[in-house]
Design a protein around this ligand. Structure first.
Ligand code: AGV
Ligand code: CA
Length: 310
């Protein structure tokens, strides 16, 4: 059987890098490319972290694309600097130098190239804003045929958002808020889109009981590294929430254990202006999208522990 083809677009947060680790443990999937969006990260150190993680798995041939589009509503800078710390961790600091960040192709171009080349449908997992995919679809509409599904950690449908800032009423999730216009257009494309929104990620905080279990298997290199990544989230920089969730890791696990999720087909729209820019809301006249509403937590946490035994 052919391996399922996967393309990852992440934005350099700690759980984005954990999502990359997780995908690389999925031996029955083939990761055909990675884009980095400069949203929850500064691009240069995040590209370096990405390349270093690939080296750990001897997968540095997987092509990387650099997001050159800088959203509309910037993430807090304190969050964006985290990959600097990741790159200095003992398991990563001495790995061979990463390539010049400006030598990478631009993210939409890499996505177009890899989808065009693909001989099978591709599952796209997005753990940051969706701008690169939307820009690629405008530039090369024919890539649509190659998209098997899009799994997006994004949105907040029947729960409050996690953006708290000026000119905002708190209804949006950050990945949508960063570039509400692209999110609006993504919904309008009506691709086979599965959103893993705050409605379900709110159920999976990073908690010490889980970290303690993970630590007890830290003789596995990947468990050890993942434990160090997650430890960096315990003091979550309060702009403006104190809890770090397994947002992206949960969305990524959907690729592998969809049966652990409850999903629902809804019609929804995205607002692109204040006071609710980036809000994803249910609307009978909206676009078709599938949203995850529940997850079996026990299965999910157990799955992560199993996967990281590498
Ligand atoms: O809104 C969740 C998204 C996920 O893709 N990101 C973090 C995850 O990578 C933004 C975000 C919300 N709260 C945060 C975030 C926090 N306290 N620290 C860093 N990023
Ligand atoms: Ca992210």
């Amino acid at each position: 059987m052919n391996k399922e083809l996967v393309f990852l677009d992440h934005d350099g947060g700690i759980d984005d890098l954990l999502s990359l680790l997780l995908i690389l443990t999925m031996k029955e999937k083939e990761l055909i490319g990675i884009n980095v969006t400069p949203a929850d990260c500064f691009i240069e150190p995040a590209l370096e972290s990405t390349y270093k993680i690939l080296q750990l798995f001897h997968q540095e041939k997987i092509p990387i694309g650099r997001g050159d589009f800088y959203g509309i509503n910037a993430f807090p800078s304190e969050w964006r600097a985290r990959p600097e710390v990741v790159n200095a961790l003992p398991m990563l600091i001495n790995l061979p130098q990463a390539p010049d960040p400006y030598a990478y192709p631009s993210a939409p171009d890499l996505l177009i190239e890899q989808l065009t080349k693909a001989t099978d449908g591709v599952s796209i997992i997005i753990t940051g804003p969706c701008s690169n995919l939307v820009h690629a679809l405008h530039k090369a509409p024919s890539i649509r045929e190659k998209i098997k599904k899009v799994v997006w950690m994004g949105g907040a449908f029947r729960t409050s958002g996690n953006v708290q800032t000026y000119q905002h009423n708190g209804t949006a999730e950050w990945n949508v808020f960063w570039d509400p216009e692209s999110a609006k257009q993504l919904f309008e494309f009506e691709l086979p889109l599965i959103c893993v929104p705050l409605d379900v990620t709110n159920h999976v905080p990073v908690n010490k009981a889980f970290l303690s279990k993970l630590a007890s298997q830290s003789n596995y290199e990947i468990s050890n590294l993942a434990g160090q990544f997650w430890a960096m989230t315990i003091d979550t920089i309060p702009s403006y929430h104190y809890v770090y969730f397994m947002w992206d890791v949960l969305a990524t696990s959907y690729l592998d254990i969809p049966e652990a999720f409850t999903v629902e087909a809804v019609r929804a729209k995205v607002s692109n202006r204040p006071p609710n820019a980036g809000q994803t809301y249910l609307d009978e006249e909206g676009y078709l999208v599938t949203i995850a509403t529940e997850v079996n937590k026990a299965i999910f946490y157990e799955y992560i522990l199993e996967r990281f035994k590498q």
